[in-house]
Ligand binder design. Structure first.
Ligand code: FA5
Length: 336
């Protein structure tokens, strides 16, 4: 390669450069990794020793000259390529897209529990809790549910595998177990609510799930009557759903209350029809339960109730299928 020829053609081309694109093509052609100067360097490596030294010196001089003159030309022209595409100021703060960076919120069931606690604390209740993994004594026996009772059928409960002689454990099937946990520790007057998860191998449908939440209520004091129970449920329903809500009590049976009832609220469906929805069970605490925890039934009486928290949330927000709470579809959950 004739290096003098290379330098002179480079100079001619540099002097004719009139655009950033031409400057860039020049750089690629002469100074690029596959450019003419690189080609000359490769040539140097394979040259016979006689001419190698002088060619090498000349190459260095030519390379330095072309690089220097290219940089001068670049400086004169105001450097590199003009940007193409939209101009972005990288120092500006980012644009927050609300949909992508929406702050999280409590699940609707969590919100409903908070609201229930707010309401019942205003009505004078305090909050209690008990374990979800429970023994048969607290879930059944102390609640006057004998071993032979069908509610204890293994097909209707999630029992854990037990070892011989040890108490049988289960996932609690009702928050009524917390009644016993509280009565074991506290003497009347008692006025508590206990929200929490419960488990039953129920067939899943629009109003049933195998894991759901209940809120238990327990009041034990002197002179407590069924009127107090009914007033309490009615006040809760009005406070929670609004003054226009309709409630209904139906006689029922629970081994731990006598008399017992179930209570329903009216539920208006999207198609305009109104139906009753069962919210929970309730009743006057059975004297046997009080005796079991050494509370004198001659002196004290009590009422208890247990309501389904999913059902309460469904009624309040017009949700027609309980499964919506657990499918984790953000389009549903974000509405609340
Ligand atoms: C009980 O669990 C009683 N422990 C309630 C009680 C407490 C009675 C205190 C008396 C005194 P029941 O099995 O009916 O009762 O359930 C109470 C409520 O839980 C139901 O009314 C309903 O709202 C809800 N519930 C019951 N089963 C399911 C289920 N599979 N999925 C969703 N909610 C349910």
């Amino acid at each position: 390669m004739d290096l003098e020829q290379l330098l002179s053609s480079a100079r001619t081309e540099l002097s004719a450069i009139s655009s950033p694109e031409q400057l860039e093509s020049f750089r690629v052609k002469y100074l690029g990794t596959k450019g003419l100067l690189k080609e000359a360097s490769d040539q140097l490596r394979t040259m016979p020793p006689e001419g190698k030294r002088s060619f090498g010196q000349q190459l260095n001089t030519v390379k330095a000259a072309i690089t220097k003159e290219f940089e001068e030309c670049q400086a004169r022209r105001g450097s590199t390529l003009e940007p193409t595409g939209p101009l972005v100021d990288v120092t500006e703060p980012g644009v927050l897209k609300f949909d992508h960076y929406r702050p999280g919120s409590l699940h609707l069931i969590g919100q409903t529990i908070d609201r229930l606690i707010d309401l019942f604390t205003m009505m004078g209740f305090s909050v209690a809790s008990g374990p979800e993994l429970e023994d048969e004594f607290h879930n059944f026996e102390a609640l006057n549910v004998p071993l032979t009772h069908p509610a204890r059928d293994p097909l209707d409960n999630f029992y854990l595998e037990g070892s011989e002689g040890a108490p049988l454990y289960m996932m609690r099937s009702q928050t009524s177990s917390v009644q016993i946990r509280v009565l074991e520790k506290q003497r009347p007057p008692i006025r508590i609510v206990a929200p929490g998860r419960v488990y039953r191998p129920d067939t899943v449908d629009a109003t049933h799930s195998y894991m759901f939440h209940q809120l238990e209520g327990l009041v034990v004091d002197e002179h407590v009557t069924m009127v107090d129970l009914k007033t309490c449920i009615d006040q809760f329903a009005r406070g929670f759903f609004g003054a226009e809500v309709k409630t209904r009590f139906r006689p029922s049976f629970f081994p731990f209350t006598e008399p017992s009832a179930e209570f329903d609220v009216s539920f208006e469906f999207a198609d305009g029809t109104t139906k009753w929805m069962e919210l929970g069970g309730c009743g006057m605490v059975d004297p046997n339960v009080l005796r079991m925890v050494n509370v004198d039934p001659e002196k004290y009486a009590g009422f208890a109730f247990g309501l389904g928290i999913e059902r309460v949330a469904m009624r309040r927000h017009g949700v027609e299928d309980i499964r919506a709470f657990y499918e984790n579809d953000l389009r549903f959950l974000r509405q609340f």
